[in-house]
Ligand binder design. Structure first.
Ligand SMILES: Cc1ncc(COP(=O)(O)O)c(C=O)c1O
Length: 368
């Protein structure tokens, strides 16, 4: 079905920056710059500068940034790592693949970790915590860092959805021991396939991650230091991402403008919860614009019938996927959110006209 308001629009996205993207790809191909070349190093430097860390290590997914962060933190079987259940499954899978136990806690009204629950979940086995900065909003990192310091925990920021977001002036991915980013095509900085990066100020972590992505090899000496993975960010991918990184500040401003229009259009509807806007401590980048209502399914159907494409992250709590063999942590907020949220169209290509049509359709639904 062709939507009059698409959720995202990758063809227009490409068309708008085609000349530069094409040139970056042609340069790589004609020069034979395919693996671990200057384009990768440049992108890593520019990303580190943007995030405000000493190092950025290009990887082939956000998943690997999480997994390598945990390995670099020394997470092993028998350890516990605290995170939220309301996240993409990759956050939890990375913990499981280290042989550790994911301890899942609930989220608050902003869909991020409920910090009031964190301390009670800590046991002598807890070694790390992964706050997930969901939908483009960073967690309250002051509280998390204070608790982590008190209990000597590593902090791994899952910033896959929040490149460019800040809390009290500090950037997502620059506050904990590591930051984990995803360049999945529909992220705010999306590649032309999968990609990711790990950011850190710690030279030892940077070295471990650099080797883990290259099957354990030190590229300078050729020595294999451990059994690693094939998880390097492709050079062509890095060249494209480097072009797109130049546009990121303007895309963030665009998303914030679109969010402000949604805010104006939707803020007085009884039965509809919209994201908070312009909190002084937070600079949100609106990877997703998530609304919440008990009438979620009929509203979504109404929008669909009206030609407006939406998405639901995620239709059931992660522990209900029986084959994942996760304990049911009984998290009421996570359960309700799964039944009540819808993500509205939001991308660099979303226009004020798209917002107008979406708002009109939602208002019409709630008038009935
Ligand atoms: C919150 C969160 N964590 C982790 C990931 C994993 O990133 P990737 O898909 O690049 O492996 C994603 C990507 O969707 C995500 O949204």
């Amino acid at each position: 079905m062709a939507y009059r308001v698409p959720f995202v629009d990758p063809r227009t996205h490409y068309k708008n920056i085609k000349t530069e993207v094409d040139q970056a790809i042609i340069d790589c191909l004609t020069q034979g710059d395919l693996v671990y070349r200057q384009q990768l190093h440049d992108f890593e430097q520019h990303l580190a500068d943007f995030v405000g860390t000493k190092y950025a290590i290009g990887l082939n997914s956000g998943y690997h940034a999480l997994h390598f962060s945990l390995l670099a933190a020394g997470i092993k079987p028998g350890d516990e790592v605290i995170t939220v259940a309301h996240t993409f499954v990759a956050t939890i899978s990375a913990i499981v693949h280290c042989g550790a136990k994911p301890v899942l806690i609930d989220v608050g009204a902003d869909y991020n970790m409920d910090m009031d629950l964190l301390e009670a979940a800590i046991t002598p086995q807890t070694k790390a915590v992964i706050p997930v900065h969901l939908n483009g909003r960073i967690c309250d990192m002051d509280r998390i860092m204070a608790i982590a310091e008190k209990y000597d925990l590593k902090v791994i920021e899952d910033a896959a959805q929040s490149l460019g977001a800040t809390f009290n002036g500090s950037n997502a991915g620059s506050i904990g021991h590591t930051g984990c980013f995803s360049f999945y095509p529909f992220k705010i900085l999306g590649g032309i396939g999968d990609g990711g990066a790990l950011t850190t100020n710690d030279p030892e972590i940077a070295t471990i991650a650099s080797r883990l992505r290259y099957n354990g090899e030190d590229r300078e000496t050729g020595e294999y230091h451990f059994h690693g993975y094939t998880a390097l960010l492709d050079n062509v991918q890095a060249a494209v991402l480097d072009v797109k990184l130049g546009y990121l500040p303007s895309w963030i401003e665009h998303r914030r403008h679109i969010a402000s229009l949604f805010h104006e259009g939707l803020r007085d509807i009884a039965g509809l919860v919209i994201p908070s806007f312009n909190d002084p401590a937070y600079f949100d980048i609106f990877q997703n614009y998530v609304i919440r209502t008990k009438d979620r399914d009929p509203l979504r159907q109404h929008l669909n019938d009206d030609g407006i494409e939406t998405l639901v992250h995620w239709v059931k709590p992660v522990w209900e996927h029986k084959d994942l063999a996760l304990e049911n942590p009984a998290l009421p907020e996570t359960e309700s959110i799964c039944r009540e949220v819808i993500s509205l169209p939001m991308s660099a290509e979303t226009t004020p006209e798209h917002v107008k049509q979406t708002v009109q359709s939602i208002r019409q639904f709630f008038k009935r």
